[in-house]
Design a protein around this ligand. Structure first.
Ligand code: CMC
Length: 383
């Protein structure tokens, strides 16, 4: 009799490649991009610099950073076709569905979407990374019956995104916060969406197709949709004094609390720590509604850690504090997951380019549990 192979559901514990891009240390709660800790980068760097670091493997000189900044700015604009596509489906599809559709169409003016030349693929990656925030802002505006706003080349990547959403230039505090969001969401090794891009690119599909697979995979509440689900929970709680009974009831009913738990981190997610520090600062300048959500999030965090932290290894992840902070920065809930995708496009593209250096088609196996050699019964004789 055949011995049953061991199945790794969800590929838990399975290594799929060697990578020099990022290290997630789930035991110590640390994250590094190309050797630099996420805390150092969030404090000192900019999204543009992190973009250079990830795509080219090292921190840039001033000239190198300026060159990349110019390229990103040049590629920000989106075509009238893309705007028309978004407008046509604006009322019918969710923001993430619209982004997925627009990314898929982004190959429209690339006469050679697939390339086996790494330098050419880096240029394609820069186009995608530059356009995602413009597409995302256009999605938000068109869904709200407002005309899209053209990018402003005097503004940095994340600052310009906030500007394209509202038409107002953000103050330095909110611009820095949005840049930190773009930095901390940019990359996270072989998570579900990055893995999906690798599966697609391993067939030698082009980079646009692979990034489209990433956007699709980010959609679910177990991945990119968790911050929206967490804010919904905070709104359901409504008042800080209801937090404890809500959490108790939810846990007793075996409900998942979104924004907690992680496949790799069995301790506090370092990105959540960065956001918690922002949250404590944002509390003073937040309006009444957001201040309540902040208070609820801080009470819920304490309770969840008491109940599931050390005992179950379930700690806050990046998505728990993100929601109240986005609202504080004036970013509405339905934009959350498209910001995540816009930022993560950097990690997706970097992984695709790295994987192609040593490409191997993904083709895992399944244990077949059905029958064999059944008799084929013609349709008229089937009961
Ligand atoms: N609240 C309550 N219980 C939880 C939670 C949670 N958030 N997360 C896991 N558990 C429990 C789960 O019910 C299970 O319990 P039992 O063994 O009694 O059935 C146990 O922990 C293991 O759960 P699992 O789903 O098998 O473990 P996993 O490694 O697949 O979980 C996860 C990872 C992220 C899917 C899960 O923690 C979860 O669903 N969290 C909520 C969604 C969320 O916040 N996702 C964002 C992840 S970080 C951003 C990103 O990278 O996408």
């Amino acid at each position: 009799m055949e011995t049953k192979p061991e199945i790794h559901y969800g590929l838990e514990g399975v290594y799929i490649a060697e990578s020099g891009i990022s290290k997630v240390d789930g035991t110590l709660g640390r994250l590094y991009y190309r050797g630099y800790s996420i805390d150092t980068l969030a404090q000192n760097s900019s999204f543009e610099e992190v973009c250079y670091l990830l795509l080219y493997g090292k921190l840039p000189t001033e000239d190198q950073l300026n060159d990349l900044d110019k390229k990103l700015k040049k590629e920000r604009a989106i075509s009238e076709d893309t705007k028309g596509l978004i407008e046509g489906f604006a009322d019918k599809l969710s923001p993430l569905d619209l982004l997925r559709t627009a990314v898929s169409a982004a190959a429209e003016d690339d006469s050679k979407p697939y390339s086996d030349n790494e330098a050419e693929n880096v240029e394609k990656a820069i186009r995608i990374i530059a356009k995602m925030p413009t597409v995302s802002a256009a999605i938000w505006r068109l869904r709200n019956k407002k005309d899209p706003i053209e990018p402003d080349s005097n503004l940095g990547h994340s600052e310009n995104f906030l500007y394209m959403l509202s038409g107002e230039k953000p103050n330095a505090e909110k611009a820095k916060f949005m840049d930190v969001m773009f930095i901390i969401h940019a990359e996270h090794s072989s998570n579900a969406s990055t893995f999906a891009t690798l599966v697609a690119c391993s067939t030698l599909a082009d980079i646009y197709s692979a990034v489209t697979a990433g956007v699709s995979t980010l959609k679910g509440p177990l991945h990119g949709g968790a911050d929206e689900a967490a804010i919904k929970m905070m709104r359901d709680i409504g008042d800080p004094k209801n937090t404890e009974s809500y959490i108790n009831e939810a846990l007793a009913g075996k409900k998942r609390i979104m924004g907690f738990g992680h496949r790799v981190y069995k301790t506090y997610d370092p990105r959540a720590r960065i956001l918690k520090a922002y949250l404590e600062r944002a509390k003073d300048s937040a309006d009444e509604d957001v201040r309540k959500l902040i208070e609820i999030s801080l009470i819920a965090e304490k309770l969840m850690i008491e109940r599931l932290g050390e005992s179950h290894g379930i700690w806050p992840n990046v998505d728990f504090f993100a929601g109240p902070l986005y609202l504080w920065a004036g970013v509405q809930t339905e934009v959350f997951d498209i910001i995540f995708a816009s930022s993560r496009s950097l990690g997706w593209c970097t992984h695709i380019i790295e994987y192609w250096r040593n490409n191997k088609l993904f083709r895992p196996l399944e244990v077949y549990t059905g029958e064999l050699d059944l008799e084929y019964v013609p349709i008229e004789r089937r009961s």
